[in-house]
Design a protein around this ligand. Structure first.
Ligand SMILES: *[C@@H]1O[C@H](CO)[C@@H](O)[C@H](O)[C@H]1NC(C)=O
Ligand SMILES: *[C@@H]1O[C@H](CO)[C@@H](O)[C@H](O)[C@H]1NC(C)=O
Ligand SMILES: *[C@@H]1O[C@H](CO)[C@@H](O)[C@H](O)[C@H]1NC(C)=O
Length: 418
């Protein structure tokens, strides 16, 4: 099932960016299930794979599910997904998660946990009785500003947007226990997509399967509606357009595409005609990589040209050799030269598709992980004394390039939406 990208759709968070690839071809497989190694039948698959009927799970997670430790990119997602707390049983008392203001399109009650087939599903979302709730889920709004934290309550801060596009957090004082965001240093990491390499693949194949340049007559496309992003992405695209053809669709450009149902027609147009797509985020902040990389580009077989997180963030989240970072080049004109070179050489262009069939994008089961962690009786005590300072720390975003010190934004200069 593919749903068209829309930032506010909380579904986005549930399927979600891989972390397992390091600069060279170096698969990290120790967190993966034996299913991948043995290539077993679907019914033997871990519970979160499609078609699985397996029930028992390891109750001792192989890695610490709470802290990322020293590895900047350890997201602990697979371990959290496998986690079933020791004392948990299917008749354990329900954990109630109060959601101030509700969640657009997400039903209250237990259904989300059942629908995701959670191993630990005794949780319910509610907009009633905040004082009796076990947890409070704070989103990008001040809907919880009137609330008083009850003893024993776990407050979870859930953020989808970058620090440049989220509200000020000082009003939360020291109330937040866990964070949930795309950042790998969150308690519950919620990347937009997560790529998990198959354990039976130890290196990239020498060649892509098929010719992905076939029939493509156009070079670069970009679908964009916000023309005033703080990272000057539109200026960069216009500069690039001086050297190569860049078709800008939407309100910031002169190309139009009738979306059709779920944007299908635009996807088809991209897939058939274009070689490259500008996966430019609306702000350049560390780890900030959204559906623009995955859904717009990678899933449509166009090579993403990325701007947003640091290069190392993309190396960790994207499939191996699947993207071009703007900071691989000193200028837009040098990037243009490289694109022209790839345009002329199908063999080189197809290098960007060798990763296909070497792994899969998994549903990271945000709700399941949250529920399992809430049921854990051995939770470590965690809270943020100043979550605003954590979220908008020094140098977490840059106004333009990461490799130019003058662009780096100090925490106290970060603009905050009130
Ligand atoms: C590797 O395993 C995946 C399933 O995990 C399977 O789809 C794929 O065909 C296997 N590849 C090889 C080369 O055995
Ligand atoms: C949650 O945060 C509060 C401070 O707001 C703290 O006193 C409490 O121990 C924390 N609980 C857990 C389980 O981390
Ligand atoms: C903020 O980060 C920049 C870049 O990493 C660094 O040069 C600067 O010293 C830092 N400032 C503070 C106050 O930590």
């Amino acid at each position: 099932m593919r749903i068209h990208p829309r930032k506010t759709v909380s579904y986005l968070l549930l399927s979600v960016g891989g972390i397992l690839f390091l600069a060279t071809i170096n698969w990290k497989t120790e967190q993966l299930d034996a299913f991948d190694v043995q290539n077993g039948s679907p019914s033997d698959a871990p519970w979160w794979r499609e078609g699985s009927s397996r029930i028992g799970e390891s109750r001792s997670p192989p890695i610490n599910i709470w802290h990322s430790g020293t590895d900047r990119y350890s997201d602990r997602i697979l371990a959290q997904m496998a986690h079933v707390p020791t004392d948990y049983t299917p008749s354990s008392p329900m954990k109630y998660i109060f959601v101030p203001g509700g969640i657009w399109d997400t039903p209250m009650g237990q259904s989300k946990f059942v629908e995701q087939r959670c191993r630990v599903d005794r949780c319910a979302l509610t907009i009633h009785q905040p004082t009796r709730a076990d947890a409070v889920l704070v989103q990008n709004s001040k809907d919880a500003a009137w609330m008083k934290k009850q003893p024993g309550q776990i407050w979870i801060l859930w953020l989808l947007e970058s620090p440049m596009n989220s509200i000020g957090l000082t009003w939360l004082q020291d109330n937040i226990n866990w964070t949930a965001s795309y950042r790998a240093d969150s308690t519950i990491v919620t990347p937009y997509e997560k790529f998990v390499p198959h354990a039976n693949v130890s290196r990239l194949p020498g060649q892509a399967m098929g010719n992905f340049a076939d029939g493509k007559t156009k070079l670069v496309a970009w679908f964009v509606s916000n023309c005033n992003a703080g990272n000057r992405r539109l200026e960069y695209a216009r500069e690039l357009r001086r050297y190569v053809s860049v078709d800008i669709y939407g309100s910031c450009g002169d190309h139009r595409c009738a979306r059709g149902s779920h944007g299908k027609r635009c996807d088809t147009l991209l897939r058939k005609d274009y070689k490259f797509y500008l996966s430019f985020e609306n702000s350049n902040c560390e780890y900030y990589i959204t559906e623009k990389l995955f859904w717009n580009a990678l899933f449509n077989d166009v090579v993403p040209i990325v701007m947003g997180g640091r290069k190392s963030d993309y190396l960790a989240a994207a499939p191996p050799h699947s993207f071009i970072h703007v900071e691989d080049f000193r200028s837009a004109s040098q990037l243009a030269d490289y694109l022209l070179k790839l345009d002329q050489d199908d063999r080189l262009y197809n290098q960007y598709f060798r990763w296909k069939s070497t792994g899969s994008f998994i549903n990271t089961k945000f709700w399941c992980r949250m529920c399992a962690m809430l049921h854990d009786d051995n939770k470590p005590v965690i809270w943020f004394r100043d979550v605003e300072r954590w979220w908008r720390r020094n140098a977490t975003c840059t106004r333009d390039r990461w490799d130019r010190a003058a662009d780096i934004v100090p925490s106290w200069k970060m603009s905050v939406i009130q």
